[in-house]
Design a protein around this ligand. Structure first.
Ligand code: HH2
Length: 262
């Protein structure tokens, strides 16, 4: 379970809540206590249409939090960034994973990845956050996203990065309509079959609102838990969620049923 920690004023569901480093660290501790295995710290909202943030601003948001969590025992930290300078600084400060929603497209990001031994989350995003929801089109969303991720992984491996360090993420909501997101979730097996660990981040996203009619992201808990349970049942490896305690509880029940004594 990857707990989401957005140190931003404008994230789509929790913007502004954890911009203060002390509030961020205490929320991270709560998520760890609730069962998160890793905390994903982000300093730039990538919601559709989000304005870009300067590297100075992004670093000022995330570094104090990554440093503080680095001092905690047993709290693996992932840095959610598209920018090499941020990734490098956070790995130096103790982050053990780089989560790049732009899929390590930037050669400088590949350079940072090759020069460290952090885990890498390679996510699919169509275009850029500002324009990705402008009529996204695929002929076959599952095949195209899967093919893209495998090509990105190949490029990382050609740069000398061990396959074992790489996880793939179909990028729910990043340049996709609701039907695209549902098709990706329906066919998660196609991603699991690649043999790479698969990360899925569906938590509170707009497609859940489209299905349920709930327009407020922080009221999409039930739909988010359903998406998490579905994804786990398809065999994916990492769930990126806002609501760690509730998702852990729901998974515990499904696991208890699956492994019940005969
Ligand atoms: N989704 C978001 C951000 N980072 N990383 C991965 N690997 N997978 C995702 O699906 C993913 C991600 C967007 O969600 P959130 O961080 O809650 O919002 P915002 O981008 O507005 O900060």
């Amino acid at each position: 379970m990857m707990g989401i920690l957005n140190v931003t004023p404008d994230s789509f569901s929790d913007g502004g809540r954890f911009i203060d480093p002390d509030a961020a660290v205490s929320h991270a501790r709560e998520m760890i206590a609730a069962g998160a295995g890793i905390i994903d710290v982000g300093g730039e909202s990538t919601r559709p249409g989000a304005p870009p943030v300067s590297s100075e601003e992004e670093l000022a948001r995330v570094l104090p939090v990554v440093e503080a969590l680095g001092g905690e025992p047993d709290v693996p930290v992932s840095i959610d960034t598209r920018h090499a300078v941020i990734a490098r600084a956070c790995v130096d400060a103790g982050a053990s994973t780089i989560n790049d929603v732009s899929g390590f497209r930037d050669p400088a990001m590949i350079g940072v990845a090759a020069a460290c031994d952090a885990g890498l989350v390679v996510m699919h995003m169509l275009g850029e956050p500002q324009t990705m929801q402008d009529e996204p089109h695929y002929d076959d969303v599952v095949a195209e996203v899967r093919g893209y991720l495998l090509a990105r992984a190949r490029e990382l491996e050609e740069a000398g990065i061990a396959r074992e360090r790489i996880a793939l993420d179909p990028g729910i909501g990043f340049g996709k309509t609701t039907q695209h997101n549902l098709a990706l979730l329906r066919d998660l097996d196609a991603f699991v079959e690649t043999g790479y660990p698969i990360v899925v981040g569906a938590s509170r996203k707009r497609f859940i609102g489209d299905v349920t009619g709930e327009s407020e992201p922080d009221k999409r808990l039930a739909g988010s838990v359903a998406a998490a349970i579905w994804s786990a049942s398809r065999g994916i490896h990492v769930l990126r969620v806002h609501d760690v305690r509730e998702t852990v509880a729901a998974l515990a029940v499904t696991d208890a049923v699956r492994w019940a004594d005969r």
